[in-house]
Design a protein around this ligand. Sequence first.
Ligand SMILES: Nc1ncnc2c1ncn2[C@@H]1O[C@H](COP(=O)(O)OP(=O)(O)OP(=O)(O)O)[C@@H](O)[C@H]1O
Ligand SMILES: [Mg+2]
Length: 401
Amino acid sequence: MVDRLESLFERYVSESYIFTNRDVLSHDFIPSQLPHREGEILRLGSILAPSLRKMKCSNVFIYGKTGTGKTAVSKYVLSRLSKKSEEIGGNVKVCYVNCRVAGTEYRIAASICSFLGVNIPFTGLSTAEVLNRFTVRIREVKAHLITVLDEIDVLVKGYGDRLLYELTRINENLGAGRVSLIGISNDLYFKELLDPRVLSSLSEEEVVFKPYTASQLKDILLQRAKLAFKPGALTDSALNLCAALAASEHGDARRALDLLRIAGELAERDNAEKVEDRHIKEAQKRIEHDRVFEALSSLPLHSKIILHVLYSADKAGKKGVTTGELYDKYLSTCSQLGVENLTSRRVGGLLNELDMLGVVNAQIVNLGRYGRTKQIKIKVPAKILEKAFKEDLYLGSLFNS
Ligand SMILES: Nc1ncnc2c1ncn2[C@@H]1O[C@H](COP(=O)(O)OP(=O)(O)OP(=O)(O)O)[C@@H](O)[C@H]1O
Ligand SMILES: [Mg+2]
């Protein structure tokens, strides 16, 4: 017994069979090369290059699905541009703000200021005053500030497009200095939220990032795997599988890298010498599980109640529930929980959202001479739903009874 314990400890102490450097696969690692994005890098570079000659450059709107390299490419081009400007004694300054991380309109404006060395108190000023100080400063230093607003849709969804409007107009009465904007979004419908004037100014140029194909993902993974894994610790077949799985969703490089990292960790825990197909498959299951769990946990209460109705029907062995049945059961669950119910129209709306999320499936069923009806079925594994809902303040009680 003691010896087995000793060897267990020893395995943990001794170095990994699998990784040389697992951090290379983490989200914050910035690779020095970005395979298959040469086109986008050059395109963005050519849009911004006039700034090196103190010329105006267009605002850019970048969009594409998640994990297609928008952030990585923008940061890369920005850092090269700023290096070049320093080299030639130019006046280009670059500024990167992630709108989701910054959180509020005020904090976004304040972060932009901080890139010019203007410190803005945490609260207390109006956003207009912050922009005022920003304008004064930019005139003072005569800089051409290239400002990236990443995840710009989060700003607009939360606060409207007022700040963007101000930023796109700032050059009009600046005199010296200039501001160029790069907006990034993975929400393709985001443009519809913008005032036409803001939209046309922000998207003077547009760069679209297409999803990676399986073979492109493979190259990206290969480049990272060389740095992350011991020689021979990753089988070819596992690498291919990983690229294929990530490509079958929508060519998301972040997803592919996550798969690889988790598979490596599983192999290590297994004490395996190599990462094999089974580790990738297991990693896929885990990621899927976590994703569904998070999606379910963060749903609003009434969507959870709707799902609970469908879950109960499924447990009772029903093939599906009609919209009428669903609403009746929804009403009785609401009264059981002591929460006020929504109208059947609102419930229909929530149901559509759940359908789009892929957690329920609604099908029109022909009932012959009785007409047609919608049959709704739950599409997530019962176990994950139970785990997610048992922790809910309201829904939890439904599982105890
Ligand atoms: N061409 C590439 N070569 C190497 N690594 C890449 C490439 N494209 C993306 N990556 C890596 O994949 C991950 C996701 O990329 P990135 O963060 O740029 O995606 P994004 O398009 O900004 O996604 P989101 O819309 O979710 O913000 C990062 O870890 C990044 O380093
Ligand atoms: Mg990004």
